[in-house]
Structures are given as C-alpha cells and as structure tokens.
Design a binder for this molecule. Structure first.
Ligand code: TGC
Ligand code: FAD
Length: 388
C-alpha cells in the first residue's frame, strides 16, 4: 500500500468540510475542463480568457473571499485551496483569478465608492467583466513608490499619463485599476479600458506564464471624471494592501504546481524501468521523493496556518512574506528536481514539469521578488529597513 504526500501529512484532517468541498469542485473543473487543453494553450501562448473568466465566475471563484456584490464570501483558506487546485493545472490560470479577485476586485471592494462597487463588482464576480491592476512600471517594479505615472487635475477631471508594465489580463480587461502620483500622493483610479488614450499592447515572447495574458498599459492623456478616483485609497499602503491578498493566494497556489510535479513523478518513477528495476525502487530516487514530500507538506502546513490567521483577521504582511518566499522557492525547487527524475522525458511538453518550472520563475518574481520578501522579513526581525 502507498500513501500520497498529502496522506502522509494527514492534510485532510486539517480541512473543514467546506474547504474540502471547494477544493474538490475546483479540482473537478481542472480535470474535466482545463487539463485537457492546458498544454496547447501554453504552447500557443493564448488562452480563451473571457470564456474561462465566465466559467470561473459560474463557480464563484472570482473575488470568492469578498462579501456582498454577488461575491461568494468564502473563507480565506477555501480561497487559498481554490488557488492551489487551479495552479495544479497552470500558474497562468491562477493568475487570471488572482488578479481579478485579489487585486482588481479587492481594490474596488476595499477602496472604491458605492458607485464603483455597484458598477463593477457583480459583473466581475460573474466573469462578465475582466479587471487588471496597474502598479508596476518599466523602471519601477520592486520600488513602486517611485512610479512616474501621473494624474493631474483639469477642472474637475483627472488626466492620466504614463506607462505600466507586465500587467496581467491587461489586453483583455474591461477595467483597469491604475495607481498614479498626484499632488496628494499615490492614488488609485478606476479606468474603463474603452476610455480614449488608453491602450494595452500585449507583451510577446514570454518563455514563462505563456497561458496568461501580460501587457503594457499606455495612458496617453486619459481623461477621467472626478469620481474615477478610489476615494478611500490614500498613499502606497493602499496598493500594497491589495498585494497582501494576491500574495496570500500564491502561498497556496504555488504548492499546487509542486503537487502536480510530484504526483507526475511518483507515477513516472513507478513505471519507468531502469537497469531492470523501477526507478522508484532506487535509494537515490526515494531520497529525492522523500525530501520533496517533506517540503510540500511543510509548505502546506504553513499555508493552512496562514489561512487560519487570515480567517481570524490577525494575519500580518510579513507573515504573508514568510509564506510567499518559502512556498514559491520550494515549489520551484521541487519542479526542477522532478524534472531530473524524468530524464529527457522531463523536458518535453508531454509532462507538465518544465511548464510548471518555467511558470514558477514568474511567480518567484511577481507579487514581490524573493529578495523583497527576504527584506520584509529582515525588517520585521531587526527593525532595520534595508530596501534603500
Ligand atoms: P514602506 O515605507 O515600507 O511602506 C509604505 C506604506 O505602506 C505600508 N505598507 C503596507 N501596507 C499594507 N500591506 C503591506 N504589505 C505593506 N507594506 C508596507 C507602510 O506601513 C507604509 O504606510 P504609511 O501609512 O506609513 O505610509 O514602502 P517602501 O517604498 O519602502 O516599499 C516597501 C516594499 C519594497 C516592501 C514595497 O514597495 C513592495 O512590496 N515592493 C514590491 C512590489 C510588488 O510586489 N509589486 C507587485 C505588483 S502586482 C503583481 O505583481 C501582480 S502579479 C499577479 C499575477 O499574475 O498573479
Ligand atoms: P526589479 O525591481 O528591477 O528587480 C530586479 C532584481 O533586483 C530582482 O532580483 C530584485 O529582487 C532585486 N532587488 C530589487 N530591490 C532590491 C533591493 N532593495 N535589494 C536587493 N535586491 C533588490 N505588476 C503589476 O503591477 N500588475 C500585474 O498584473 C503584474 N503581472 C505580472 C505578470 C508577470 C508574468 C510578471 C513577470 C510580472 C508581473 N508584474 C505585474 C510585475 C511584477 O510585480 C514585477 O516584475 C516585480 O515586482 C519585480 O519588478 P521588476 O521586474 O521591475 O524587477
């Protein structure tokens, strides 16, 4: 008799019935609807984003941890588990859901006016409207405080000028949450993407996260009414608080990619005959499998702990950094180690290992690079800020 990594850690015993039901439902969607097509989407570098958003919306996955405005109001842990199941298929699919729910919808839900919420949130929850979140600029990624995009007043209208870079969902978005400097510090704006002066050229030639749309946002004299500004978002802490939400989803999500790699490798090594015996029967293979199982299980315990803290309302940003740093780093390491066990077969698109590993390179970088999270943790430990 064999045990899966999750069974060895008795992960199921830590989940509520609701958590388990949500994970099972998303896993079924992944197996029935997404897994059959993902290799093709990745290879062609295109996804049916609108169709997928509507499908995710029907399941209540968009803004699923938010309340009201047709959002599902699920627990943070359930949201994390949904991210994990989606990322077990591909990080790009989890990205679509993260950016929609944790970044664009959360920004409007937390900082928007009642009008913004009513206009956008129900359609976004249903996947009828797609959102993106423009914080990063070509010269300001880790250091968004330096952003150059500027909003100036012309009478009561706002005029936005600038460029945002690496923006997930940009080219398919109906609404962009754009962060800009004003005379009053950094503020957020709700920008319908049909506004004259707004364009979102897609970024091509990505070798990572190919099943995800990444774009530039060009704001060339975009004129917006006074009420386009998010009234409650004042200063950099507003966009950074949105990042906490998306980073939390990644803490779980990355483990989905790792689980898929490890399961693929357990199956492969059981059937691959080498020197007359299954590859799984060699001590070196088992040492790798045991080490990877330990890291996956420890990552899962950490994710569930952070999920319970978030549900209790006590989760701190530096604790999210602990989870993002550890779980993405270890998942990437698992994906690479699994690749070695498949030998040459591991480099093909027949197996998901290189796809996950390539995707996790982006996940390691976006939502705060590993180095940024080390510095956040370092600051919490020492009281010394080493960013500048
Ligand atoms: P700092 O002085 O530390 O903070 C400025 C103000 O913000 C507050 N704050 C936070 N608030 C909420 N949550 C957090 N995590 C916060 N971190 C800081 C802070 O208390 C302060 O408030 P106040 O009231 O005193 O003004 O700011 P800093 O300029 O020194 O920067 C700190 C640093 C480097 C940690 C921050 O800039 C950072 O996190 N940089 C990384 C940028 C990043 O992660 N960008 C992600 C863009 S979105 C994305 O990648 C989407 S990918 C999505 C996908 O496809 O899945
Ligand atoms: P840089 O900030 O230039 O960093 C380069 C290197 O310097 C990194 O290794 C970094 O860790 C290191 N470094 C930075 N600061 C320090 C320091 N103080 N000390 C030591 N080392 C340091 N952004 C959005 O706003 N919205 C999105 O939807 C979005 N989606 C993305 C999708 C993809 C596929 C990718 C790849 C990125 C996306 N991003 C998005 C941008 C992402 O958040 C940035 O790439 C990330 O914040 C890092 O910024 P950068 O690429 O400019 O790297």
């Amino acid at each position: 008799m064999t045990s899966s990594p999750a069974q060895l850690f008795a992960i199921d015993s830590l989940l509520t019935d609701d958590d388990r039901d949500i994970a099972t439902t998303v896993r079924k969607l992944v197996d029935d609807r997404l897994r059959p097509d993902i290799a093709e989407w990745y290879e062609s570098g295109s996804i049916p984003a609108r169709e997928l958003a509507q499908e995710f919306g029907r399941l209540g996955l968009l803004g699923m941890h938010l309340t009201g405005y047709d959002c599902a109001g699920a627990s943070a842990t359930a949201y994390g588990l949904a991210c994990l199941e989606l990322e077990a298929c591909d990080s790009g699919l989890r990205s679509l859901v993260s950016v929609q729910g944790s970044l664009a919808m959360f920004a409007i839900w937390r900082y928007g006016s009642e009008g913004h919420k009513e206009q956008w949130l129900p359609d976004m929850a249903a996947g009828q409207a797609i959102g993106c979140f423009g914080l990063t600029e070509p010269d300001f990624g880790s250091d968004p405080a330096g952003m150059r995009t500027r909003a100036t007043l012309d009478g009561t209208d706002w005029i936005l000028n600038g460029t945002k870079m690496w923006i997930t969902n940009g080219s398919v978005a109906d609404v962009a949450v754009v962060w800009a400097q004003t005379d009053d510090g950094i503020r957020g704006f709700v920008v319908p993407t049909t506004t004259p002066g707004f364009s979102a050229p897609a970024i091509k030639n990505k070798l990572s996260l190919r099943a995800s749309i990444t774009s530039e946002l060009v704001l060339d004299g975009v004129r917006l009414p006074a009420d386009a500004m998010l009234p409650e978002a004042k200063g950099l802490s507003a966009p950074l608080s949105c990042l906490n939400e998306a980073r939390f989803g990644i803490v779980f999500g990355a483990l989905g990619a790792a689980r898929d790699c490890l399961q693929t490798t357990l199956d492969y090594t059981a059937s691959r005959q080498i020197f007359g015996r299954p590859l799984a029967a060699y001590q070196l293979s088992q040492a790798k499998l045991a080490n990877m199982t330990l890291e996956l299980g420890k990552g899962m315990l950490l994710a569930l702990h952070l999920g319970r803290l978030k549900d209790a309302g006590t989760l701190r940003p530096e604790q999210v950094s602990l989870g993002k740093l550890n779980n993405v780093r270890e998942s990437l390491s698992i994906a690479r180690e699994c690749r070695t066990l498949l030998g040459a077969a591991g480099i093909t698109g027949e197996y998901p290992l290189m796809r996950h590993a390539n995707n996790l390179e982006s996940v390691l970088t976006y939502e705060g690079t590993s180095e940024v999270h080390q510095l956040v943790i370092g600051r919490a430990l020492t009281g010394e800020s080493a960013f500048r």
